[in-house]
Write a protein that binds this ligand. Structure first.
Ligand code: GDP
Length: 186
């Protein structure tokens, strides 16, 4: 089975136990989180939406029996009440603090590599000691000049991070992400 949807979760104590390493997929709404999961799964398991998410659930997927991906739709950016935001924050914290949690992929729109929300998330991952990869997504939309500018800016916005370009149109980055994730041990 290439991918299994474990469900959408709203409460920390309901998260299922899986043996595979857990990988958080983080980033603003519409940046391509679901698309990246589908690219790695090789099937359309995650729902790709055209409307920026308001859903405050954690969607879990087991992909290729190798990793558990936690997709946080619109993490921290959805227009929700304070109470909902707090509940979701608890769910995120729970996922990140689990034994099996190993890694985060932070997806950034390669056309906008200097957004403060993205830089804040990266700072937060760094200060929390969460190992992570910055994926500059939708690279297919850049010409060579824009790509060079993005590369320069990303090194400034996300200092010290591993950074790669990716696209689900050209498959750029896919192999590199797989190699990185294969190094995680469950
Ligand atoms: P999410 O909200 O972060 O899960 O984003 P989605 O995966 O739902 O993608 C949002 C939109 O961006 C959809 O219309 C996707 O088809 C599009 N998209 C995602 N990744 C890419 C990419 O690499 N290149 C291009 N051109 N479009 C992409």
């Amino acid at each position: 089975m290439s991918a299994v949807f474990l469900g959408s979760f709203v409460a920390p104590n309901t998260l299922p136990e899986q043996r595979q390493p857990r990988v958080a997929i983080l980033g603003r709404s519409n940046v391509g989180k679901s698309s990246l999961i589908n690219l790695l799964a090789g099937t359309k398991i995650a729902k790709v939406s055209k409307t920026p998410g308001k859903t405050q659930t954690l969607n879990l997927y087991v992909v290729k029996d190798r990793w558990v991906f936690g997709d946080f739709p619109g993490y921290g950016f959805a227009k929700v009440s304070k109470v909902q935001r707090k509940t979701f924050q608890r769910l995120v914290d729970h996922f990140l603090n689990e034994d099996h949690f190993q890694y985060a992929i932070q997806i950034v729109d390669s056309r906008h590599p200097a957004m403060s929300t993205d830089m804040e998330l990266h700072e937060w991952l760094k200060s929390s000691g969460v190992k992570h990869l910055i994926v500059l997504n939708k690279s297919d939309k850049l010409n060579q000049k824009e790509r060079n500018a993005t590369q320069k800016q990303a090194a400034i916005s996300f200092p010290g991070a591993a950074i790669i370009f990716a696209s689900n149109i050209t498959n750029e980055g896919k192999r590199e992400i797989e190699i990185t994730l294969d190094q995680l041990k469950s």
